[in-house]
Design a protein around this ligand. Structure first.
Ligand code: FES
Length: 88
């Protein structure tokens, strides 16, 4: 099980957090990963920045994720983290 926590604090909200939640839900459904990835929201993770949204995948915190960059984030970060979580 992989926990993916999206910051929905005000800075991240303005940078597109709601859209990112939608995009992630969509990918999870399309890939039938509902039983493997748990999406949660968090209030300000204390890592606000001008670039994008803060997302915690498992234990790792990533900052500056944008809706446009989500495809790459999915492939390079979430998919490998999921594969690792499956091995445990
Ligand atoms: S609002 Fe997301 S890190 Fe602060």
């Amino acid at each position: 099980m992989l926990f993916v926590e999206i910051c929905v604090g005000s800075s991240c909200h303005l940078k597109g957090a709601p859209r990112i939640v939608e995009l992630l839900q969509d990918r999870i459904e399309k890939n039938k990963l509902e039983n493997e990835i748990v999406l949660t929201g968090a209030f300000c993770s204390g890592r606000c920045n001008r670039v994008g949204v803060t997302i915690t995948v498992g234990e790792e915190v990533y900052t500056g994720i944008t809706p446009e960059g989500l495809g790459e984030f999915w492939e390079k970060t979430i998919v490998p983290a999921l594969e690792k979580a499956r091995e445990v």
